[in-house]
Design a protein around this ligand. Sequence first.
Ligand SMILES: [Ca+2]
Length: 404
Amino acid sequence: MLRMTFWIRRRWFGGALAAAAIGLGAAQAPAAEAVPANQAAPAAQADAGHKPIFAAAGKIRVEVVAGNLSYPWSLKFLPDGSMLVTEKQPPALVRVSKAGEVSPPIKGLPPIFADGNGGLLGLALDPHLADNHLIYLAYSEPGNGTTSGLAVARAQLGEDSLSGFTVIFRQTPKIDDIRNFGGRIAFARDGTLFVGTGDRFRQDLVQDRSNTIGKLIRINTDGSIPGDNPFLGQSGVDPAIFSLGHRNIEGLAIHPSTGRLWEAELGPFGGDELNLPEPTRNYGWPLVSWGRQYEGQAIPRPTTKPYLTDAIFHWTPVISPSGIAFYDGAGIPPWDGNLLIGGLSSTALVRLTLDGERVTSEEKIDMGARIRDVGQGPDGALYLLTDQPDGEILRLTLEEPDEK
Ligand SMILES: [Ca+2]
C-alpha cells in the first residue's frame, strides 16, 4: 500500500517541481499540497515503491520503511535500532520500529505553535541516553498573542510518554511571524548542544547581538552557558551566541573525523549557504548574500567583506537545504566521506564530495519529494524523511554499482 502511494507522489511532485521552476516560486516554494485522496495507482505499479533512482554511483534501491507521518522533521536511531521521529504539524513525537510500525504519539509535549515553518522540529539524543534516557526537542513555542519563538527542551523518554520536560533555551524576542524558526539541534563532541535558529523574517534584528534572532547558539544540556562560550561576559551580548549573521539554519552535522560543526542555511531568493561556523564570526546576513531579497532587490555586492566570514559553498538557484549528514559509505560505498543534504524546493538529495573542508563536486539526485532530514542508520543505509502531509521514511542502499 505504501509503495503504491509513493509512486503516485513521485509523479505528482515531479510535476510540481517543473511548475515551480517556471515561475518565481522556486526559491520559496510553499509546502506542497496533499495528493487528492481519490487518486489510485494502476495495479501494475503496485511494487513501484521499489522504483530505484539512478545516481552517478549506480542504481540505488529506495525502500519505504514507514509512511503516514505528518510532515516528519527529524529522525534519530535509538540504541535498539528503532527510530524516534518528530512530526512538525500536528506536532507529534513517535517511535518507529525496525519493521516500520509507527507508535501512537508519545505523551507529554507542551503547547506548540504549529503554523507555517513552526511546529515540532529538531531532535537530539543525549550521548548518554542509554543511562539517562534524555532527549532534546526543538519546537516553536507560543508567546503572547500571535507571537512565537524557537525553544529547546529536554525530557526523559519513557515507553509512551515524556517526563521531566524542561525548557533549556528560548529564542528572544518572540516574533509575530510564522516563518524561519531554524530548529536543528546537534551535540558537539564536548557535550555542549548547538541550536540553529532563524531570522524570523526580522532582518533588522539579526546583526544585534543582544538577541538570539539569526544566531547559532551553544548551550549546556541543562540550559546553562558553557564557560568557554565566545561572548560570555561581554555586555550587551547574549552569552548563548556562538556565531551570528545566519538567515535560517536547518542543517547541522558534526564531521566524523575532525569533530567540526558544519552548517547549512536557507538563503533568500538564491544564496543558500554551507558554512563552517567558528566562534564570534559573523556570517553576513542580511548585510551580504549570494542571493537577492524575496522582493527582487539586490543585496549590495560584494558578497562578503573582510570582517565577515563567507560560506564555503552556496547555491543559486536554491536547493533549500534542511537536514544534513556525513556518510561513511557502508550501504552505498561510493558515497563514503560525502556530505548529504536534504533539499526541500529542489526535491533532491544533494551529495557533496569533499577534500578536507573544500567542496570538490556536487550531485543533485531527484527524489521527487521534498527531503527534510537525512541520516545514516545503524545498518549503514541512508535514511531520508519526505516533507509531506503523509511523509515517509525512505531507506537507500546501493543495488547495482555503476560499472563505467
Ligand atoms: Ca552568509
